[in-house]
Design a protein around this ligand. Structure first.
Ligand code: PEP
Ligand code: MG
Length: 768
């Protein structure tokens, strides 16, 4: 059967119709208001490629070395051409057109619904096309375009990299009545954190794409389902809306002035949505995350998924933190303490750099040690962590280091992995014994002897999504992004609901090869070096697609390179922080820098148009113009791509006007460096750490001037230094009109709330 109607489909038909269609079928079967649709099944696609004999040439065409960009581009072109230029068998054609006519001979939406169950959706994000406003004459072509979208460069590359066979992935296509929504949004049928009977609705004007993609801040309605009371109504300033364009594409448009601050949903509409939400929840017997639309006064359901963020212990009314709510059966207490030993004195203290309280067995490691001795659930104790320790850090329950501050390797990586950590504990490697049990508190920065929380092996529960305890994303006008330094943290960072990545540091990717860039190129060749960067960035760009990912070119001081193979050729510098790093090094080594730039070019070719390029540690416009010339040399068109610079030196802040003239799209404050250089305080020097203050009036004054000038030039402003996680810095920046804030992964939700609070205050002040 080439096509199936939604009422012939249920949740069990995933393999035949893909996830999207199976869910719509299930809702239709339950009598819920889903716009009518039929599905061109995965079997139809399969029999199309088999019956026409294009299957073999198709899979042969995509059997290429996907690191060879030329070959990959040709493969994608050939595969898509095969599908698009092969006629659909007459029987399929007739069946499709008959189904179309039966639906009412009106323009339809054509959407792909991939069926590879074991592939995360992200593997196809933005790849499988959706066409709106499709007429009868275009139907067959659009269906084939959906099929062909299985073979974009990005999709082929993804499957090759992840060892998924190309012929194991099929695709179904949903052909659905258009709902030209006047208003639309999402609804959590129950509270997404506690599972309690509180529904949360977000609503905006026009098609739902604007809400789902985060392009607009929607209204927010909170409803107590037990009493039916609408507890909270937050009306947002809705600047944009998505509408149906003439050519069938979804287009973004400004909301007419008078509707921008108008409330989207009436009380009556809210109650109707709640009623439908309750029916869905009853049907599935679990809280749901629903996409809905209202068209000609009718409520329609576009999608429903179970809410996965409910914290079971919260649902039972027991507040518990991530690490303290370990499952039963976690391994017992080892030597050195017991659950009752509450009065043990604190043994060590340092800087709590990644939150959480955990118990585990101490494993003292240094760089030369065999990291295999770190088992699941152990506590790593080291002078400082290095990039080659990351796999062991992932297994660990906690991390303690002698050295380092909030911006050290151990602090950054542990936060991103969600592993509690205490850094700068001075003599932890001397005072702690290998094999003893300790409890560390990554909030307070303390290490106690003995077990204060049940140990776990790490296998029972990983850090999980960061949003688990407060999963409702507050809608803010100022974007809240997230910093990422290790590709392994990409999924976790994306799950925060951040508006993109404000800083992706690539030095961790390079340092983790244990070779300096020049040694790496010497040993493995230029292409391998480019591939190393492409692969690291790609996984983050994929996890966030289409949200923007700001990737910074290399910025590691020479002392970090000196520890690597090939490090003997690096300069030995008296003060590496004031030395050969960031754009200075890159401009001095244009050959190496161009390899990084080629990695960007390759990512753009692969379809990652969400990648943005950011230059670190610039002094003035001249640095930027020289880098821009090199970008152009490798074929990057600065007019076409979003690119910008870090503001980390007082010189760059004071030259901001000239810098804006270079054609940049954004600047981002690196307050770790801006503070170090403004206050003349080495950020790695413990003797002056207490004077290190990103909120110093001198630092803030430079930032204020930069934001003011950038606003005049329409250049976006951001912060990605550690201070982005500080509420007072957030208050200051939102007040000044910063465009985005990019904190660490664990601070995203708090910063979103802080930003919302300040924005609301500003709004209130403006109307008083
Ligand atoms: C900064 O300087 O604030 C910054 C984000 O860059 P890094 O910490 O990598 O120097
Ligand atoms: Mg910096």
């Amino acid at each position: 059967m080439p096509t199936l109607w939604l009422d012939e489909i249920g949740a069990d038909d995933l393999a035949r119709v893909g996830g999207k269609a199976a869910s719509l079928g299930e809702l239709t079967g339950a009598g819920l208001p889903v716009p009518s649709a039929f599905v061109v099944t995965a079997d139809t696609y399969r029999s199309f490629i088999e019956a026409t004999g294009i299957d073999e040439p198709l899979f042969e065409a995509v059997d290429v070395d996907s690191d060879d960009s030329q070959a990959l581009a040709e493969a994608a072109e050939r595969a898509q051409e095969l599908i698009l230029e092969t006629d659909t068998p007459p029987s399929v054609r007739e069946d499709l057109l008959a189904a179309y006519d039966e639906m009412g001979d009106e323009d339809v939406a054509v959407r792909s619904s991939a069926t590879a169950e074991d592939l995360p959706d992200a593997s196809f994000a933005g790849q499988q096309d959706t066409y709106l406003n499709v007429s009868r004459a275009d139907l067959l072509q659009r269906v084939k375009e959906c099929w062909a979208s299985l073979f974009t460069q990005r999709a082929i590359y993804y499957r090759n990299e992840n060892d998924f066979a190309h012929d194991a992935v099929d695709i179904a296509v949903v052909v659905q009545q258009m709902v030209d929504a006047e208003k639309s949004g999402v609804m959590f049928t129950s509270h997404p954190s506690t599972g309690g009977p509180t529904a949360i609705i977000e609503a905006a004007w026009g098609l739902g794409e604007a809400v789902v993609s985060g392009a607009v801040s929607p209204d927010n309605y909170i409803v107590d389902r037990e009493t039916g009371t609408i507890d909270e109504v937050t009306v947002a300033d809705k600047k944009v809306m998505c509408v149906r364009g003439e050519d069938g594409e979804t287009i973004e448009r400004s909301v007419p002035e008078e509707k921008r601050n108008e409330r989207v949903l009436s009380d009556e509409e809210i109650h109707r949505l709640i009623e439908v939400g309750e029916r869905i929840e009853d049907h599935y017997d679990s809280p749901q995350d629903v996409e809905w639309a209202i068209y000609e006064d009718e409520v329609y359901l576009l999608q429903s998924r179970p809410i996965t963020t409910i914290d079971e212990s919260d649902a039972d009314g027991e507040a518990a933190t991530d690490v303290e709510s370990q499952p039963e059966g976690a391994s017992g207490v080892a030597d050195g303490g017991s659950m009752e030993s509450q009065s043990e004195p604190v043994r060590l203290s340092g800087i709590g750099s990644a939150p959480g309280r955990v118990t585990g067995v101490v494993r003292i490691v240094d760089k030369l040690d065999n990291l295999d001795k770190v088992e699941d659930g152990d506590i790593i104790v080291a002078e400082m962590t290095t990039p080659d320790m990351v796999p062991a850090m992932k297994r660990a329950n906690g991390i303690i280091t002698d050295e380092g501050g909030m911006t050290s390797h151990a602090a950054i990586v542990s936060r991103e992995l969600g592993v509690p950590a205490v850094v700068g504990a001075e003599d932890a490697t001397q005072k702690l014994r290998d094999g003893e049990t300790v409890t560390l508190d990554g909030d307070k920065g303390t290490v106690e002897k003995g077990a204060k929380v049940p140990e776990t092996t790490g296998e029972e529960e990983d850090a999980g999504p960061v949003e688990a305890h407060s999963p409702v994303k507050p809608m803010t006008g100022t974007e809240v992004k997230v910093n990422v330094s290790i590709p392994e943290a990409a999924e976790r960072a994306a799950a925060t609901g951040a508006d993109g990545v404000g800083l992706l540091r690539i030095e961790h990717m390079i340092l983790s090869t244990d070779k300096t860039p020049s040694r790496y190129v010497e040993d493995h060749g230029e292409r391998a070096y480019v591939d190393e960067i492409v692969e690291g960035v790609r996984s983050v760009a994929e996890a966030f697609y289409p949200r923007p990912v700001r990737v910074r070119t290399l910025d590691a001081p020479s002392d970090e390179f000196r520890q690597l193979q090939g490090g003997e050729d690096e300069p030995s510098e008296h003060n590496p922080m004031l030395g050969y790093r960031g754009i200075r090094r890159s401009l001095d080594r244009p050959g190496e820098f161009k390899l990084e730039l080629r990695a960007f070019e390759r990512l753009y070719d692969l379809g990652y148009d969400n990648v943005e390029l950011m230059l670190p540690l610039v002094t003035d416009a001249e640095d930027i113009l020289r880098a821009k010339a090199l970008m152009q040399e490798v074929g990057i068109d600065p007019e076409k791509r979003d690119w910008g610079v870090m503001i980390e030196t007082p010189a760059s802040a004071l030259s901001i006007e000239d810098i804006c003239e270079t054609g940049i799209d954004f600047v981002s404050f690196g307050t770790n460096d801006l503070t170090q250089y403004t206050l003349a305080l080495d950020r790695n020097n413990g003797n002056v750490a207490s004077r290190f203050d990103e909120l110093h009036p001198a630092v803030l004054e430079l930032m204020r001037q930069v934001i003011g000038t950038c606003r005049e030039y329409d250049v976006a402003t951001s912060i990605c230094g550690q201070a982005a996680s500080k509420p007072r810095m957030v208050d200051f920046l939102v007040d000044e009109g910063v465009t985005s804030i990019s904190p660490n992964i664990d601070a995203v939700r708090d910063v979103q709330h802080e930003v919302k609070r300040v924005e609301q205050r500003l709004l209130l002040e403006s109307v008083r």
